[in-house]
Design a protein around this ligand. Sequence first.
Ligand code: PLP
Length: 374
Amino acid sequence: MSERNYPLADRVANLDASGIRKVFDLAATMKDPINLSIGQPDFDVPDPIKEAAIEAIRRGQNKYTQTQGIAELREAIAADLRREFGWSEVPPILVTSGVSGALMLAFFVLVNPGDEVIILDPYFVMYLHQVRLAGGVPILIDTYPDFRPPLDKIEAAITPRTKLLVVNSPGNPSGAIYTREELEAIADIARRHNLLVISDEIYNLFCYDAPFVSLAELYENTILMRGFSKSYAMTGWRMAYVTGPKPIIDKMTTLQQYSFVCAPSMAQAAGPVALRTDMSEQVAAYKRKRDMVYEALCDTFGLVKPAGAFYAFVPAPKGMTATEFVTKAIQNNVLVIPGNVFSERDTHFRISYATADEKLAQGLEILNKLAKSL
Ligand SMILES: Cc1ncc(COP(=O)(O)O)c(C=O)c1O
């Protein structure tokens, strides 16, 4: 049967993986690539977390849990939030199947067809697709060249149809972290226009130069999302949480009941152990990798120094698109991702430095040589 004979729904007609697929098709031709494309830590889940999940399986914690997540985990999360934000009361918490799951639930609970969602470009690509699946219209705000939140442009983009603003700090792919002043200004705009804000803080642990500030501390109508995927290298375990205004979290919980059901039970059982695990060594190692990337590439490429996550978003050499440069990098055995996968622009490429120092150093040397040879 030809592809068009299968009656796929209209909502997925424009859903395609072409940008990233092209990169991976090219990558498939590489022998032993230096892979600087991967969006997950290169360290493994710390042993006590693994043991807690294994023990939970042995104990028989293999069944559906409560939709909102097991009480022990929600209490541990609430205690952390109370400590961090000085909250006397914590809004309801929903444990989700990754931040991806939390995003899906939030967009489907909040976005009506035609509603506008403001997203800062470059962006985590899932935002765009999920907003469109929910019938919404992503409104992209350009943050080049320094990836600071452009407050005037954000305010100017607000219309009567604007439902949500999505903030992602530390950001993927930019590695930018918003300052307290910037977040206060965002909160001020949101408050004046009565906007809800999703704060995707999945990289909150990976913050290298200053203490992390959360929008949730500054703005009451924040839908705060945090994950276990990046912080504890639990990407395959599918676990995160979301907290925010009760009517929204309650409705997301009901929708989870009819969709994801619950986050994996053994991952939830290990969650409190994860929250107590000190990841400062891993974070310090990633800070060193960030420094390595910046020092190696700043003169040749003139990149903005990333402050967090584990990405650098680097301008392609003058006179060529990012896709052209990435094609050449791949021909030289280094796998990086062109910016048009995360952006309306094709001017930058993303390096993930979540890899062994030796591989990273080799990759950086090749990229430098390549840029100088052009
Ligand atoms: C900014 C951002 N948000 C959310 C996610 C989703 O993570 P998960 O569903 O594993 O929690 C990712 C993963 O790459 C990300 O980079």
